[in-house]
Design a protein around this ligand. Structure first.
Ligand SMILES: [Zn+2]
Length: 405
């Protein structure tokens, strides 16, 4: 099957995940596509194709004869789409030889070059957009289609020699649970790549170190007319803590490798209140320093209000995969060479967030992220370049070839 046909088939499945659900996977409809993928993998001639009790689908492209002792490598992508936008009844629109101008999605909605200047990069490409009523689902069905197309190519071209390759498709990435039950041992690869990036050439192996802080304030509510020297207003305590955090270390003032404290929620009243922060930094050292500083601020403000007023609950969430990937520089070197040989300029950029690959890296499977050619994820302006997607397939094939050298 052609890459385009395959991609259009997959985006026809509604696979939206749901953060409110307590099931795994969060929605049954994801299993429909996962099952269809398992069937297709068997039809292509893959072996060890299995869907486990959680819905993870894994399969094998067996090693060429004489290449059985090569290190096993893996490719992973997720089937779910973001809960932020409708993912049902997707009507993709294909634009051949894109002219570089504004794109009319429907009668009312136009995607303009002014708002999305990166569109100009795609002049001459074949683009696939939405009709403005849903997301497209290139995140991450572009990755799924690219991996499957690579697999089909390898299975029909036995002259390309390679070691054993493992393929994995996962649910619930968009709600942060994508690898909760991923069986790294069963996957059995030495390294893997998630194929879940965006712009042509993106290669990501650095992400944030992340922690969450929950600050609980027990105030003392007194009638405001008689409050002198008695009242502790829990909301004021939060304001005092927040005022001590550096104003320039907020998301809206940071980029690249700059970390931040981000106040994500405040609730409560005078008697009791909570504030929640997330803390992010690429550097482990600066990350630890940011957490320490928050503890010092809490200790300082405690001096003002007394013991027992402030309770800080600080928890690490995930870490920068760089620490896990760097001991294996060949994983990055090969991906760079594979891109260059596919006519793609590698763009190594730090992720200002986390990925499934970051968590997998700490579960023992070093796992950088590769571009798919999809853009503007999670909304109605989502589109992808079929031209770039073809280069992604070539990149995957090159990784496999180089690995077997
Ligand atoms: Zn994704």
């Amino acid at each position: 099957m052609e890459l385009k046909e395959r991609f259009l088939k997959y985006v026809g499945f509604d696979t939206q995940s749901n953060p409110e659900s307590e099931k795994f996977p969060s929605t049954d409809k994801q299993l429909v596509l996962l099952k269809a993928l398992a069937e297709e993998m068997k039809e292509l001639g893959m072996t060890e194709v299995e869907m486990d009790g959680y819905g993870y689908v894994m399969g094998t492209i067996p090693a060429s004869q004489g290449y059985e002792d090569k290190k096993v490598i893996g490719f992973i992508s997720h089937v779910d789409t973001s809960p932020d936008m409708n993912g049902a009844n997707v009507h993709p629109q294909v634009i051949e030889k894109y002219d570089g101008g504004d794109i009319r999605l429907n009668e009312e909605l136009t995607m303009t070059v002014k708002e999305f200047p990166e569109l100009s990069f795609f002049k001459g490409h074949t683009l696939i957009t939405t009709d403005g009523t849903s997301l497209l689902g290139a995140d991450d069905k572009a990755g799924v289609a690219e991996i499957m197309t690579m697999a089909e190519y390898l299975l029909t071209h036995p002259e390309i020699k390679h070691g054993k390759i493992r393929i994995g498709f996962t649910p619930d990435e968009e709600i942060g649970r994508g690898v909760d039950f991923f069986d790294v041992k069963r996957f059995g690869a030495a390294f893997a790549y998630t194929v879940d990036g965006g712009f042509e050439g993106e290669l990501e192996y650095e992400n944030f170190n992340a922690a969450g802080a929950k600050i609980l304030i027990q105030g003392r509510n007194i009638h405001p007319g008689y409050a002198k020297d008695k009242m502790i207003n829990a909301l004021q305590v939060i304001a005092d803590i927040h005022a001590q955090l550096p104003a320039w270390e907020r998301p809206e003032h940071t980029e690249g490798y700059e970390g931040f404290y981000h106040l994500i929620g405040v609730s409560g009243g005078v008697e009791r209140a909570t504030a929640e922060y997330i803390i992010r930094d690429h550097s482990r050292e600066k990350f630890e320093a940011k957490k320490r500083y928050l503890q010092e601020v809490v200790a300082f403000i405690t001096k003002k209000y007394g013991e027992g007023v402030i309770t800080l609950d600080l928890k690490d969430q995930y870490y920068n995969m760089r620490e896990m990937v760097e001991p294996h520089p060949e994983v990055i070197d090969i991906a760079m060479r594979a891109m260059e040989e596919a006519g793609v300029t590698p763009l190594v950029r730090p992720i200002r967030g986390g990925t499934d690959g970051a968590r997998l890296s700490y579960m023992g499977l070093p796992c950088p992220n590769l571009f798919t050619g999809g853009m503007n994820f999670h909304g109605k302006y989502e589109y992808c370049s079929l031209t770039t997607m073809k280069k992604a397939v070539r990149t995957l094939l090159n990784i496999v070839k180089i690995w077997a050298e």
